[in-house]
Ligand binder design. Structure first.
Ligand SMILES: Cc1ncc(COP(=O)(O)O)c(C=O)c1O
Length: 366
């Protein structure tokens, strides 16, 4: 570059810089400028991204989108219900300042509650089962909660079950509340207020199908209630793991004890009928084996870059299964959303661990 060119460049730069400084000064004095920080961690919950599923859904009609709930600060969809259930308990007079929150949780609800408890000054005691990843239990303890690990392989009515231990702890602990996410109306209400409207707005009202794996039923019922209020034609399809009672109950109305057997997919399916499942809002139900769920979870990471947990693979496998079987109900204008409840870090020791996958028989030895 010759010296004249360089000086021309310099004077252009100087003019540009002066213009830029003027723009910054104008912005700084403008009343429109807003602080780019949040007052506490709870304000960062929600507004999670909706991302197109490109490779895995290339063969089904329309647009398929994943709602990536691991973008929440506690890493799951359950962050949305923590504060909502605490506020409802305070409003009902069931929780006083400095009190203790007690809940049975597969892990994620506990994280959501722990975040809210830290911000609002409560203590937490959680019961969980020995089926849950050690990572989830470690996170709860890192957030200051006391965690009681209960056997998974007992009846819900057994005093050792994580449901009953939570109830017992609530009876024994002064100024405590058992939030019971299974029957607590503040759980689905949080999704009516946040997840449902986000799905509607992010798709500009074009969502036609929603696929959700249900545990307590809060996510599926709350989202369905909101979306069907906006457009009664939106189809809501539940996805269940084999070993849970929901699939058969939906299709036959029968609660069949023979459907209950151990499965490894975490956070979804139940051996009880949660009060928060609003069956009238669900249009169809499919089910998925643990093997399909775990393999699909790995494909979501490898082929889409979604580093998600096992219930996400289950929801996506169920969604694709339904879309492949119901191609006649889909077209180029279909917009299908699959809820991805949590992220992959909590599954590093299991789903993303080849040795564990082989032990379970989900990967062959080569
Ligand atoms: C990983 C995971 N996926 C899905 C769900 C199901 O959500 P819901 O309880 O709202 O039905 C949960 C609930 O704990 C979960 O932890």
């Amino acid at each position: 570059m010759c010296s004249t060119e360089r000086s021309t460049w310099r004077s252009d730069w100087a003019r540009g810089a002066a213009g830029l400084m003027g723009a910054i000064a104008a912005a700084v004095t403008s009343r429109d400028i807003r602080c780019m920080w949040y007052d506490n961690i709870l304000e960062t919950i929600g507004d999670t991204p909706l991302v197109r599923v490109n490779r895995l859904a290339a063969h089904v009609p329309g647009t398929v989108l994943a709602k990536l709930e691991y973008f929440n600060p506690g890493g799951s969809v359950k962050d949305r219900i923590g504060l909502a259930m605490i506020e409802a308990a305070v409003e009902a007079g069931d929780l006083q300042p400095g009190g203790t929150i007690i809940e049975g949780t597969s892990g994620n609800t506990g994280v959501g509650l722990a975040l809210a408890a830290i911000a609002r000054g409560y203590k937490c005691v959680f019961t969980t089962t020995d089926k849950q990843s050690p990572e989830k239990i470690a996170i709860l303890r890192a957030l200051g909660a006391r965690v009681v690990v209960c056997p998974n392989d007992v009846e819900p009515e057994d005093p050792r079950s994580y449901y009953q231990v939570a109830r017992q702890l609530a009876r024994e602990t002064a100024n405590s509340v058992y939030l019971n996410q299974y029957d607590n109306p503040a759980n689905p209400a949080a999704h009516v207020r946040s997840t449902g409207p986000e799905l509607w707005e992010q798709t500009d009202g074009r969502i036609t199908h929603l696929f959700v794996g249900a545990g307590t039923g809060g996510t599926i019922s709350g989202c369905a209630a909101y979306l069907k209020e906006r457009n009664p034609d939106v189809q809501v399809i539940g996805v269940d793991p084999y070993g849970s009672v929901y699939y058969k109950y939906f299709h036959t109305g029968e609660f069949d004890d023979d459907e209950i057997y151990p499965y490894v997919t975490e956070g979804v399916g139940e051996d009880i009928l949660a009060g928060n499942m609003d069956w009238d809002l669900i249009d169809d139900y499919v089910r998925v084996t643990d093997r399909e769920s775990m393999l699909m979870t790995r494909r979501l990471a490898e082929e889409e870059g979604f580093f998600v947990g096992g219930s996400c693979g289950m929801a996506m496998a169920g969604a694709l299964q339904w879309m492949e079987a119901h191609g006649d109900q889909l077209d180029d204008n279909s917009v299908s959303v699959v809820i991805m409840p949590d992220g992959g870090y909590r599954s590093l020791g299991k789903t993303y661990n080849d040795a564990w996958m082989r032990e379970q028989g989900f990967l062959s030895d080569e």
